[in-house]
Write a protein that binds this ligand. Structure first.
Ligand SMILES: *[C@@H]1O[C@H](CO)[C@@H](O)[C@H](O)[C@H]1NC(C)=O
Ligand SMILES: *[C@@H]1O[C@H](CO)[C@@H](O)[C@H](O)[C@H]1NC(C)=O
Ligand SMILES: *[C@@H]1O[C@H](CO)[C@@H](O)[C@H](O)[C@H]1NC(C)=O
Ligand SMILES: *[C@@H]1O[C@H](CO)[C@@H](O)[C@H](O)[C@H]1NC(C)=O
Ligand SMILES: *[C@@H]1O[C@H](CO)[C@@H](O)[C@H](O)[C@H]1NC(C)=O
Ligand SMILES: *[C@@H]1O[C@H](CO)[C@@H](O)[C@H](O)[C@H]1NC(C)=O
Ligand SMILES: *[C@@H]1O[C@H](CO)[C@@H](O)[C@H](O)[C@H]1NC(C)=O
Length: 761
């Protein structure tokens, strides 16, 4: 099924007519199988929205909105005043794009192409939305380390583009949060009482609508991501009584500004996203968090990449989800090097539900529903797919009609396009007593805790095979489920989730992506409605999974770093996060993937975020916005395409073009043919003024490397030192398309690691 997601993503990319809505994580679904295909535009007569790029008006460089607006209007077809035609202009952009979004016919676009100052127009894409415990898991403790140094994120503003928010949830209380900084210019479109010092802004962007609509969260996703990034402390948070504890976001005292760009029923339109980013930049946010995306696409035709470039030019950090297209290679969204691309990993907490078989074997699985009254005596066990029908194996609606499952434990397979809790409903409707759900091979050991409607557990693929074999081995198989509640511990965490999208980057293979992984499996955070129908307070939470959940963890951590290091650029913050990441799990072994095998760098990026270390990285690889121009020219983008991104005229033939891998990035992705490649990197000293670093190099298999010098000496703060790296091909194949290693600078106090991946051509 995840495979099908990938295909769908590509379809969205290639055709604007495919207005698909994919909400991996809606309240009733909360699972990646729950793919729904809905045509979002009910009004067939309405025109498509185009993103139109134009030149800045000659001789006038001010951003006065009236001037810009009339310049933009001059490109639109004249419409008769009397007609009831819908307004053509949807948004006029001022900060991150020179241009506008408008409703147009193909003929009108053709006519526009002939006008002076026109650059390009393309139909917008529709993108999809891709804790009690995670702060402690990430080493965040009150009064210590980065939470102390950053004052819990005080003063930083995180802008969240998502499905809106439930403003009166206790996670958004402003207890302890100071008033917003003077630079804040945003608005609150809820009634005045709903916003406070925590929730300082809230706006809706829906098809250019001019009237303010309060951005209430009708899906749950936005409330969850916002509280993960910057939720305040809430005691006694739990779901179905599980995971009881204090729920808190990564930056508990940071401010939140909410930009609603997605709806439960409508996906996320690119023009709304661009308008929200354009506005957020002007409002004065410090960090932007986007748990949504639409697959790989050229950066000049990718609204999030465009908006993010405008943001980093103003010093705003942009964190985005990597996508839920894993475990397949080349399945990423949000690949631009000026974005932090975040994959998802497990944490060391499970909602344990153990499948116990008649032969005494036990297999640990997970369920959010932990019924206390379930009598764990053995019941007959039946495999729903025993009749050889795949539809029955997946427990599809109606597929159990001819199978006697009454008062039995039913084994179903995950996937097949049917939601996990939906399968439980099918089993319950057919009279089943309980359900054991088994992972597919691609899910490996990644399980998910779900709010099932009957006693159930989801076990990993290996366990599923053993249960199938047991069913085969006996004439009267039996089983039951033992509910064990919340269990903390497990040395294999963090491991990469099966769904987490993998590199290499399709658009720019010379930049390693994803950048980092963070918690994204079974994450508890605020939810607008009770999931169990028994909770009568506003203090409601839900547990869901996705790179949508890992992204706001990193957004919150970036806000902490911004608070403790106000002068750091977005690239410096990203470097600090990447070069200090953990590459070992809690058990001291290399981080695993969903197969419990060592994960490769295309799954982990630099590794698992370590906020404490990121706060004190020693050295950073910094990059200025203009440094991306030689890189973009090097991607062979046309002058105009580069101009769309950087918003000024560029003549690539006058630019000293660089290869992708020459960008001063904190990691290396080298596409290696038969010739040697040489690069330089520059590190800036943000650690002790006097420090000396020596080289620790793990040369990837199948190549030679040389680094010069092999010792870096600093005598001043912010001093820059440049070194060179050579990647030397060796004859003979190693029988693999990729190999990996690292380049690390080590002082007595710091360790600055850059992962290296070699892609053999
Ligand atoms: C669809 O568009 C037409 C023409 O603009 C308008 O008259 C009609 O009310 C719209 N219908 C809906 C359901 O919005
Ligand atoms: C499998 O079961 C479904 C639902 O009961 C049914 O519609 C379908 O025809 C069956 N397929 C086969 C190959 O028997
Ligand atoms: C169970 O038996 C069926 C048919 O006899 C066979 O196709 C299947 O591979 C067996 N499964 C396992 C896990 O042994
Ligand atoms: C909660 O109640 C709604 C409406 O009555 C129902 O559709 C839903 O299935 C219930 N959820 C649970 C977990 O019982
Ligand atoms: C850009 O074009 C040049 C010349 O055709 C080619 O050598 C180079 O590989 C291209 N670069 C990329 C990133 O495609
Ligand atoms: C770009 O620079 C080249 C070389 O200097 C020049 O020949 C060309 O006319 C310039 N292009 C534009 C669009 O100015
Ligand atoms: C760094 O070392 C130099 C020479 O060893 C010394 O003069 C200077 O005071 C030191 N600076 C700091 C900040 O310790």
């Amino acid at each position: 099924m995840e495979n099908k997601c990938g295909v769908l993503l590509k379809m969205v990319v290639i055709s604007f007519l495919s207005l698909f809505f994919m909400l991996h994580l809606s309240p009733t679904m909360a699972q990646e199988e729950s793919l729904k295909t809905i045509e979002i535009d009910e009004n067939q007569s309405s025109l498509p929205t185009y993103i139109v790029h134009v030149k800045r008006p000659e001789g006038r460089i001010t951003l006065q909105s009236e001037e810009l607006d009339s310049w933009y209007e001059s490109f639109l077809p004249s419409t008769s005043e009397s007609s009831n035609e819908q307004p053509r202009m949807v948004y006029s952009f001022r900060n991150v794009v020179t241009g506008f979004a408008a409703k147009l016919t193909e003929e009108e676009v053709k006519a526009m192409e002939k006008m002076d100052g026109f650059i390009s127009a393309r139909p917008e894409r529709i993108l999809s939305l891709h804790t009690t415990h995670t702060p402690a898991f990430l080493g965040l403790h009150q009064g210590l380390g980065v939470w102390k140094d950053s004052n819990l994120g005080k003063g930083a503003i995180i802008g969240v583009l998502d499905t809106g928010i439930l403003p009166d949830h206790p996670s958004f209380s402003d207890e302890g949060v100071p008033s917003p900084p003077a630079k804040w210019k945003g608005k609150c479109e809820f009634n005045a009482a709903a916003c406070n010092n925590k929730l300082i802004g809230a706006r809706s962007f829906q098809n250019g609508r001019k009237v303010a609509i309060p951005p209430f969260d009708d899906a749950g996703h936005g409330t969850h991501t916002a509280s993960t990034a910057a939720g305040n402390f809430v005691k006694g948070a739990n779901v179905f009584g599980s995971a009881n504890g204090i729920a808190v976001g990564m930056a508990p005292f940071a401010h939140l500004a909410i930009y609603k760009v997605c709806s439960a029923g409508g996906g996320c339109a690119e023009s709304d996203i661009l308008a929200a980013m354009d506005t957020a930049v002007e409002d004065g946010v410090d960090v932007l968090s986007l748990s949504l995306g639409g697959g790989s696409s050229p950066f000049h035709a990718d609204g999030i990449a465009l908006g993010a470039f405008g943001a980093i030019q103003k010093g705003i950090f942009v964190s985005c989800s990597a996508g839920n297209g894993g475990p397949f290679y080349g399945s990423l969204s949000n690949e631009a090097p000026w974005i932090l691309t975040v994959g998802a990993s497990t944490i060391d907490r499970s909602f344990r539900a153990t499948a116990k078989l008649g032969n005494g074997d036990q297999y640990d699985g997970e369920s959010l529903l932990q019924p206390k009254d379930f009598d764990s005596t053995l019941l007959p066990l039946v495999y729903a797919g025993a009749n050889g029908n795949m539809s029955s194996a997946f427990c599809a609606p109606g597929s159990l009609n001819d199978i006697d499952v009454r008062r039995k434990v039913v084994l179903c397979k995950r996937g097949g396009g049917i939601g996990r809790t939906e399968k439980g409903q099918v089993v319950a409707l057919a009279g089943g007593a309980a359900m054991i759900l088994m992972d597919l091979e691609i899910n490996g050991f990644t399980t998910s805790a779900d709010p099932h409607v009957l006693p159930a557990t989801l076990v990993n693929y290996a366990a599923g095979l053993k249960i199938l074999a047991y069913i085969n081995s006996t004439s009267a198989p039996t089983a039951t489920i033992l509910f064990k509640g919340t269990v903390i511990g497990g040395s294999s965490a963090p491991s990469v989730a099966s769904f987490s999208s993998r590199g290499p980057s399709e658009e720019s293979p010379g930049i390693l992506k994803p950048d980092i992984i963070g918690p994204g499996v079974n994450i508890l955070a605020a939810w607008p409605v009770p999931v169990d129908n028994n909770t009568y307070s506003k203090s409601t939470f839900n547990v869901i999974s996705g790179t949508s959940m890992s992204c706001p963890h990193l957004s919150g951590i970036a806000a902490l770093l911004k608070s403790s290091h106000p002068s750091w650029s977005p690239a410096a913050i990203k470097s600090a996060i990447m070069t200090t990441a953990d590459v070992l799990n809690l058990g001291g072994k290399p981080i695993f993937d969903q197969r419990l095998l060592p994960a490769d760098i295309f799954a982990t990026g630099a590794g698992h975020v370590n906020p404490t270390k990121a706060n004190n990285p020693g050295l950073v690889y910094d990059t200025k916005p203009e440094d991306y121009i030689p890189y973009l020219c090097g991607l062979n983008y046309t002058d105009i395409q580069v101009e769309l991104i950087v918003q000024r005229a560029v003549n690539c033939s006058q630019v000293e073009i660089i290869a992708e891998a020459e960008l001063n990035y904190p990691s290396f992705s080298i596409v290696l043919g038969s010739s040697t490649q040489d690069y330089t990197r520059t590190v800036t000293n943000v650690g002790l003024a006097n420090s000396t670093y020596t080289l620790d190099l793990l040369v990837p298999q199948g190549i030679g490397m040389s680094v010069n010098p092999n010792k870096l000496t600093f005598t001043k703060a912010n001093q820059k030192v440049t070194y060179s790296v050579e990647f030397i091909p060796q004859s003979g194949s190693i029988g693999k398309p990729f190999s990996q290693g690292y380049l690390r600078w080590v002082s007595d106090r710091y360790s600055v690691t850059s992962p290296i991946t070699i892609i053999f051509k």
